[in-house]
Design a protein around this ligand. Structure first.
Ligand code: TYD
Ligand code: MG
Length: 479
């Protein structure tokens, strides 16, 4: 008997494929994630597909391509527009991911309410529940339409049936937010610009086997919605849950399919939320949006430095301030260190908002180059406010926070620090010195301690001290 197809086994965690079932994925090491795939691979070389007549591709000159289709719709949520690279691109599929409870549905609903004639389709919450949330957010009866659905085919039909009009010439040529344009467009036919689907884990396609949320379903639904977005010119926002371990099939596997991936990060017990683009076909992935979760929804944080420093009290040992560049924006954050004598066993090191390996390295540098006996101490480091200090510019403030905590000496609240620390204990310059100094000045600091460089930057009304190595730094500041 001729075998013209073979079954593949696919890992739902990492997408690895196997010819035989295995209990443990040989690629990612996860147990129980390998499943028989619903897709069959054809081995039959004489399959009719091979005789298909293919048309040559129609090529277009670069200059002839109409770029106006990329005109963006400003959402008027500045923090969101910045992350998107200037606004929503018509015909794009955006994945909005985040842990449960972080505020994805809230953000999507607030956005949907701002763009006229949006559709909000939920497979998670009933229309009544969404209405309750809208009340809380003080979104009143406008043109927003709600619906419940889980079958992707019926979602597609709903979206296709929306009364469509071609983009108005004005909307085609400009990217600016002009409410009158929307009104004009809306008035003529109530065309939908934005569709929110909450969430990808709850929808399924009839054409694919398996329960909603499994990897094949998630991928098939996303592909269909992507085609729909391209065909109709509507922006589709697809919400997806990710757990702390990132194990749930979904967002991670979708990243390469969709046009943009936005992650809403932040601890649900803290007020700040950071919106970050992990991928963006139409803009940079450096920018972040800062929000705070209030009783009436997510509010934009226009001055993140002020917000992140707002809780600072009297000077305490182990507290310093640094300036991070998040995309084009300088943001001041407080770094806190706690250093206590190890009572038992190995010394502990814990970091929140800072890379643990980097912390270990800086502890080593301090011990070796500044003779601080940190090896006998437990160390805890925290970047206040939930921001991730992944830039080396934070090193200087971290090192000083550790030294200050160890010596139990508080440092003046009026100083901010930035600079990279090398393995030799040397302090290296970082980019965008001037921008950082201006922000430090703007936030009312009197001093800035920065790396030594040949052409020292001078900024009016702020005293600048430059340092060459950690030993000098610790000796001068904690003398
Ligand atoms: P939600 O948007 O449902 O999160 P997700 O869709 O990411 O799971 O937000 C849930 C949390 O946000 C919930 O714990 C309550 C809080 N919240 C507020 O603090 N203020 C508000 O106005 C709203 C709507 C929610
Ligand atoms: Mg939700």
């Amino acid at each position: 008997m001729k075998n013209n197809s073979s079954v593949v086994f696919v890992c739902s965690n990492c997408d690895a494929q196997f010819t035989k079932w295995t209990g443990k994925c040989l690629e990612c090491g996860k147990w129980g994630t390998v499943e028989k795939s619903k897709f069959l691979i054809s081995n039959d070389k004489s399959s009719p597909n091979d005789q298909t007549e293919y048309e040559p591709i129609k090529m277009t000159g670069l200059e002839e391509v109409d770029s106006k289709k990329f005109a963006r719709l400003k959402t008027n949520i500045e923090e969101l527009d910045r992350v998107l690279g200037g606004g929503l691109v018509p015909g794009s599929l955006i994945l909005l991911g985040g842990e449960p409870g972080v505020g994805k549905s809230t953000l999507a609903l607030q956005l949907a309410a701002l763009i006229p004639h949006s559709l909000y389709i939920s497979g998670e919450e009933s229309c009544q529940q969404i209405k309750l949330r809208a009340k809380r957010l003080k979104i009143t009866g406008n043109t927003l339409k709600l619906g419940n659905a889980t079958a992707v085919e019926s979602i597609i039909k709903t979206i296709q049936q929306q009364n469509d009009l071609p983009l108005t010439p004005a909307l085609k040529s400009g990217g600016t937010h002009d409410p009158s344009l929307f009104k004009e467009r809306a008035g003529r036919g109530q065309s939908t610009n934005l569709v929110v689907i909450d969430s990808v884990q709850t929808i399924y396609s009839n054409e694919v086997e398996g329960e909603a949320g499994n990897i094949n379903q998630v991928r098939a639904c996303a592909v269909k919605l992507l085609e729909l977005a391209k065909a109709t010119g509507k922006t589709i926002i697809l919400i997806g849950q990710v757990t702390k371990e990132g194990t749930v099939a979904g967002p991670k596997t979708l990243e390469h399919l969709v046009d943009a991936v936005l992650y809403l990060e932040g601890d649900k017990y803290h007020v700040f939320r950071i919106l970050r683009a992990a991928k963006n076909r139409f803009g940079s992935t450096d920018e972040i949006g800062v929000f705070s979760m209030e009783s009436h929804g997510l509010q934009e944080v226009k001055n993140p430095s002020e917000a992140f420093l707002s809780g600072r009290g009297e000077p305490v040992p182990g507290s310093t301030v640094t300036c991070l560049m998040e995309g084009s924006r300088p943001i001041l954050v407080e770094i806190q260190a706690l250093v206590t004598k190890t009572n038992f066993g190995y010394p502990q090191r814990r970091a929140s908002g800072f890379d643990l390996n980097r912390l270990q390295l800086l502890v080593g540098v301090l011990a070796k180059r500044a003779d601080l006996p940190l090896e006998a101490y437990d160390i805890f480091l925290n970047v206040v406010g939930g921001l991730e200090a992944s830039e080396p510019a934070a090193d200087l403030a971290v090192v000083l926070a550790l030294a200050s905590a160890l010596k139990n000496k508080a440092i003046s609240k009026n100083i901010a620090y930035f600079g990279e620390v090398g393995l030799g204990g040397e302090i290296r310059p970082v980019s965008q010195t001037e921008k950082r100094l201006n922000e430090i000045k703007k936030m009312g600091f009197e001093f800035a301690v920065i790396p030594h460089s040949k052409n020292t930057t001078q900024i009016a009304n702020i005293k600048i001290a430059s340092v060459k190595n950690v030993k000098e730094l610790v000796e001068q500041i904690l003398k």
